[in-house]
Design a protein around this ligand. Sequence first.
Ligand code: SAM
Length: 264
Amino acid sequence: MIDPNEYYAGGLAVRTYDLFAGGGPLTGDIDFYRACARRFGTNVLELGVGTARIAIPLAQNGCSVTGVDLAQAMLDLAARKIASLPPATAARIDLVRGNMGDFDLGKQFDWIVIAARAFQHLIEPATQRSALRAMHRHLRPGGHLVIDLFDPRLEFCLPEAPLPEQAREVWDPVTGCRIRRTIIARNNDPFRQLVSERLRLEAIDGAGAVLAAEETSWALRWTLRQEMEYLLELCGFRAVEQLSDFAASQPTYGKEQIWIARAV
Ligand SMILES: C[S@@+](CC[C@H](N)C(=O)[O-])C[C@H]1O[C@@H](n2cnc3c(N)ncnc32)[C@H](O)[C@@H]1O
């Protein structure tokens, strides 16, 4: 049984989440979502809110944000960050523990955002559909849905696809340690469209000593572009824009799939 979300359960992975988030193919995502707020409205629901990496800048720009997440450890970290904001900004963020696969918040929003591929942690097609239907119920008529997925490169989906050659390293300004993240195993399942990765995280001090280490995992379901368009249609949305990065480039194979869809 695959747990797609072990990574977010706590420990070093959660403590260092923000150090690894953003950048690479997600470069510019925060500014992009700020621009979405100017276009679609200030009453926002973020699903898979995580550490509030996106929710906080939206609230700083005047949005009211409800953030839903499955992982208590991510919500706890988000809550600590929010507690250090000016009270008027903090008051605009409401965190809710819940499952985007099916939820009922009893209210509607101008738009919904699912950033950083969080939707892909829904690894069953039936759950993707129930999630999108729940989103539809939570949008005001004509409201918008903004979702970021990766666009799968076909060689990356093969069972024998190679592991990335390099670990990623970031510097943790709080502890002064380097944090190294290495993918130590990957299993691609083309039948279920699943990539499952086992990762090792290490905190390394200035002398090169490993002070802490842990292993964890995550899994994501890849979705082809046309499949996503049909899925949106099936659940009451019409895709109005597709982009391949946060600089608004046209759809391109193997980059991001950024969808803007309208509830119809
Ligand atoms: C890659 S992180 C994205 C966090 C944040 N949106 C960002 O952009 O940094 C994915 C988040 O989705 C959450 N998540 C995964 N499956 C979920 C589900 N079924 N319902 C709600 N949250 C979920 C995880 O707990 C995690 O916090």
